[in-house]
Design a binder for this molecule. Structure first.
Ligand code: PLP
Length: 446
């Protein structure tokens, strides 16, 4: 990219440290600066159009430029731009959204609790689990198990839950007491000749072995994404969640379903919990809750978590946790309108209707000489590239990503996998456009 002096790209290089970026490479290469969005498209500051096949960061479910969300924000901003939900205070959007989420919950839930990001929601889940164990007089029951390649965020506790080396390396993480068990990626982690069913059994056995090694009386909770997203779109093999939940039940270990990507339709059901038959005690929600038009996240907790928490707060005098913008009225109003759009337009139905086309075109790419595996469910998927001479692991993905971007297709490189997670308003023609561009990019990369 040629960067003109004093252009927005030059000022970005001069002043702005980006997340998840090699800062030295950014100083050299600069960033793509996006200016506006409409439907499934975004446009950069030079007017170039891109099909946003990642919905931003797995999040803009209703697409860009949705005026109903703009109006919901403006109306609430004019009426009450801010109020908090600490102590005995509330406001209508927070109450309405809490009621709505409890009504939508795929398993019985007692309360909704608000935070601002997926990371904060998962961090809060950790604290609630610890608080609960103390409330129950089991102060030793504090360890939390997540999975290798799971992604749960970047705060100190949620980055510890995340099972990706770059979230730990040089940060001195994970925290003690946060443990990682096997990743359910069959192709990568199966042993020679192991069937999928045997692999699932082994994943469950490895979880059980870890619980037994640590002592079941010390293990409080297990967290997992129904489908792993940022770890490379890893769809669990058949029977995986059933086998895992059997182990959790046996040792009285809570289940936290991280629905930050799967929630609000992505897998073809409103929640990944339904798609995979989960029975979580806590669900964490963000991203498509507001299509990321406003930062907001929520935890739904069942009575198994709420009742001891309420008792403990009564004993201490307060549940000493909360952030200033929790349940922010503008964010909550936008989330409510966003959920109304998802329901009225039956966007979950659209995901179901287009999933066969999306998944079959993705699967077809597996036959490409550069590819090794296609994975996906609903309107989320990834294609992994075959290792190739002259490229270290993790170098192929960014190269293909650059070719795609040049062609006007935004995906996401996760190592050597290219992920897709388009807005749920996408049409069949636009699904074809994504895969035509994907295929053309692969051909050019040959
Ligand atoms: N959990 C999952 C499953 C995610 O995919 C993400 C973000 O991608 C997070 C948690 C963290 O969310 P945030 O980036 O809003 O902190």
């Amino acid at each position: 990219m040629t960067v003109q002096p004093n252009s927005i790209e030059a000022r970005d290089k001069a002043y702005h440290l980006h997340s998840y970026t090699n800062a030295r490479a950014l100083e050299r290469d600069g960033a793509l600066v996006i200016d506006r969005g409409e439907g499934v498209y975004v446009y950069d500051v030079n007017g170039k159009k891109y099909i946003e096949a990642m919905a931003g960061l797995w999040s803009v479910g209703v697409g860009f430029g949705e005026q109903r969300l703009v109006e919901a924000a403006a109306t609430q901003m004019a009426k009450l731009p801010y109020y908090h939900t600490f102590t005995a205070r509330a406001h209508s959007p927070s109450v309405d959204l809490a009621e709505k989420l409890i009504a939508m919950a795929p398993v019985p839930m007692s309360k909704a609790y608000f935070t601002n990001s997926g990371s904060e929601a998962n961090d809060t889940a950790v604290k609630m689990v610890w608080y609960r164990s103390n409330a129950l007089g089991k102060p030793e029951k504090k360890k939390i198990i997540s999975r290798i390649k799971g992604y749960h965020g970047v705060t100190v506790a949620s980055a510890s839950l995340t099972g990706l080396p770059n979230n730990h390396r040089s940060f001195d993480l994970p925290l003690p007491g946060i443990l990682h068990t096997s990743c359910p990626h069959y192709r990568v982690f199966k042993t020679d000749g192991e069937t999928e069913a045997a692999f699932v059994e082994r994943c469950a056995k490895e979880l059980e072995d870890l619980i037994l090694k640590e002592g079941p009386e010390t293990v409080a909770a297990f967290i997992g994404e129904p489908v792993m997203g940022a770890g490379g779109v890893i769809v669990p093999p058949a029977g995986y969640w059933e086998a895992i939940q059997k182990v959790l039940k046996k040792y009285d270990v809570l289940l936290i379903a991280d629905e930050v990507i799967c929630g609000f339709g992505r897998t073809g059901e409103m929640f990944g919990t339904t798609t995979y038959g989960l029975q979580p005690d806590i669900m964490t929600l963000s991203k498509q809750i507001s299509s990321s038009y406003q930062p907001i996240s929520a935890l739904l907790i069942n009575d198994n978590v709420y009742a001891p928490l309420a008792d403990e707060s009564n004993k201490i005098g307060t549940f000493g946790h909360g952030v200033t913008a929790a349940g922010h009225p503008v964010a909550a109003a936008v989330a409510l309108e966003n959920i109304a759009i998802i329901e009225e337009r039956d966007l979950v139905g659209n995901v179901r209707a287009l999933a066969p086309k999306f998944q079959s075109r993705l699967k077809a790419l597996e036959g490409h000489p550069l590819a090794i595996e296609a994975r996906g469910v609903g309107l989320i998927g990834a294609l992994e590239l075959k290792p190739r001479d002259g490229f270290a692991a993790g170098q192929l993905g960014p190269k293909l990503f650059a070719i795609m971007t040049e062609k006007g297709l935004i995906s996401r490189a996760i190592g050597d996998s290219l992920a897709l997670c388009p807005p749920m308003i996408i049409t069949e023609q636009q699904v074809d456009d994504i895969f035509d561009l994907f295929e053309a990019s692969l051909d050019e990369f040959q």
